[in-house]
Design a protein around this ligand. Structure first.
Ligand code: FES
Ligand code: FES
Length: 259
């Protein structure tokens, strides 16, 4: 186990980013209904009709990015999202997964409330199974080494780095991915807050940030102050440096959720 000097409630611990452990937290599901975000089409239309200003252009790009993630939260759009985000390495992993799927080990998961039965290679990684076999591509592969948090999902209510976890270890478990947070067309309060606070640029880290944030807000051991939230989220890296807005979004979501 690697040594890590941060606070025990650090999300990196919770995510297993530092030592592969899974600590308990129970992400809440708020019934708060945030304002509906504008659609990607609305943003695109706004960009066309009002092309002035780099800020609007960037926001339009951000809207497209989050809309892609939002689209991934809708089952009908998952295959398209996969096509858009798959890298050559991921494609190779997908081929490998497909090759062993027919004669792999049986695995049953509850994924976003749906029972899924499949066959996986004994060494299949949970992240790859989610992305390549279940087409849940909202969960991203960043470092693939437990360092960036892009792959964060909840297993039985605990935030983990899915790139570090063998799929077969989770037989019978309940997995929640970013696609499982929204309720129909209503975003989870953390999703809505990320949207409204512009808490992303490229959006690659966003699903992992949101999944960790949901877990952090549900973990009563973690302080409510900004410093505690920053530390708890330290296992999630944003290469675009959107940390200030991410923090603002999390704290806003806390108040939306009555926390
Ligand atoms: S921590 Fe899993 S992809 Fe980076
Ligand atoms: S928004 Fe680009 S990596 Fe975080």
């Amino acid at each position: 186990m690697k040594e890590h000097a941060c606070h025990p409630s650090c999300a990196s611990h919770a995510n297993g980013a530092h030592d592969g452990r899974e600590t308990s937290s129970s992400p809440s599901r708020s019934s708060t209904h945030p304002p509906s975000p504008p659609t990607a089409a609305a943003h695109a239309a706004a960009a066309v009709t009002d092309p002035s200003g780099r800020r609007r252009f960037l926001k339009s790009l951000g809207a497209s990015s989050l809309a892609s993630a939002s689209a991934a939260w809708l089952p009908g759009a998952q295959a398209q999202t996969q096509t858009q985000t798959q890298t050559p390495n991921e494609a190779a992993a997908a081929s490998a997964s497909a090759g062993v799927a027919a004669d792999g080990e049986p695995l049953t998961l509850s994924v976003n409330g749906q029972r899924r039965t499949l066959r996986v290679a004994p060494n299949a990684i949970l992240l790859d199974v989610l992305r390549d076999q279940l087409q849940l591509t909202g969960t991203k592969k960043g470092c693939d080494h437990g360092q960036c948090g892009a792959c964060t999902v909840h297993v039985n209510g605990v935030a983990i780095n899915s790139c570090l976890s063998l799929a077969l270890m989770h037989d019978g478990d309940a997995v929640t991915t970013i696609e499982g947070l929204a309720r129909g067309d209503t975003l989870h309060p953390v999703q809505a807050a990320f949207w409204e606070h512009d808490a992303y640029q490229c959006g690659y880290c966003t699903s992992g940030q949101i999944m960790s944030a949901v877990a952090v807000l549900a973990d009563k051991r973690i302080g409510r102050d900004d410093a505690s939230v920053r530390e708890a989220m330290s296992g999630n890296i944003c290469r675009c440096g959107a940390y200030r807005n991410i923090l603002a979004a999390i704290q806003d979501a806390r108040s939306r959720m009555g926390g």
